[in-house]
Design a protein around this ligand. Sequence first.
Ligand code: MEV
Length: 321
Amino acid sequence: MIAKASAPAKTILFGEHSVVYGEPAIAGAVNKRAYITIKPSESDATIFRAPDIGFEAELLTPYRKYILLKGKPGIIRYILESLYRVHDHTPIDITLNSNVPIGSGLGSSAAVTVAILAALYRYHNIRFNKQSLAHDAHMVEQAVQGVASPLDTLVSTYGGLVYLSRNKKIERFNVNFNVPFVVGYTTKHGNTGKMVKDVRNRRDRNPKIINPVIAAMGNLTNYAKQAILKRDFAKIGELMNINHGFLDVLGVNTLELSRMVYNAREAGAIGAKTTGAGGGGSIISLCPGRVEEVAQAIDRDDNILKIRFTRKGVSSRVYSD
Ligand code: MEV
């Protein structure tokens, strides 16, 4: 039997960091996906291969350990944690194919976690639905990262553009939001756990300054929700630019990120901001009619990715061989 599953990567449009303090956020699944295939192993070992990133390892699933065969470990802890929770430790072959660049800030870990869990559930014939899958994937992210909001795994499970409210309810936007974005990412990765901790320390040192900013970021996200519903792109762009300023206040922007943001705006983006945890990582720019110009302006020094939002969430099947 072969089980296959795929899940989309995501990008945060509004609300990174403030979401950690219970404020709303808006994120969307993008047209870049992680694909997992699981089949019985041809040997007595469990092997994980990710040919797109040149990674291969033998997995010791009962111990959450691995023997590196090729490449650099990155995503492996999410795979091991998922296997530890769901798999019966019989030898299997796992292949990850992905067109989500690692380190692009598009939440590759959530996409991989959702896809591996869905494939494992199919492989073992375990019943699941999107709600239980999103919950389990969030538990895996939390176990690996220590801290994680449910946003990434929710979006990778459900797909579409999602609003996470202050009381943690999710709403999917029922609008056509098929506009072009350009993501720019640096080769320097941010560490999400560290960035979240740094923001907390800054808030603890300056509560009267930072708490109102976090609350304002929540209000901004709610304005953005209205602007998205009205497809008011000028307003969405303006709010992205303000949000970038707030992220500066929180201390998560870097010279590289802000350089990309300003280059994108100068090349005609109507909005550009850091997306995700910051401290390295990526920016997102909204650039209808100016995609090539913005891509070129960012590409001078950094990597770019042209993306669109997609409604397609997780998908999974089994095939009998
Ligand atoms: C990271 O993609 C987004 C943060 O808000 C952390 C989280 O929500 O878990 C910085």
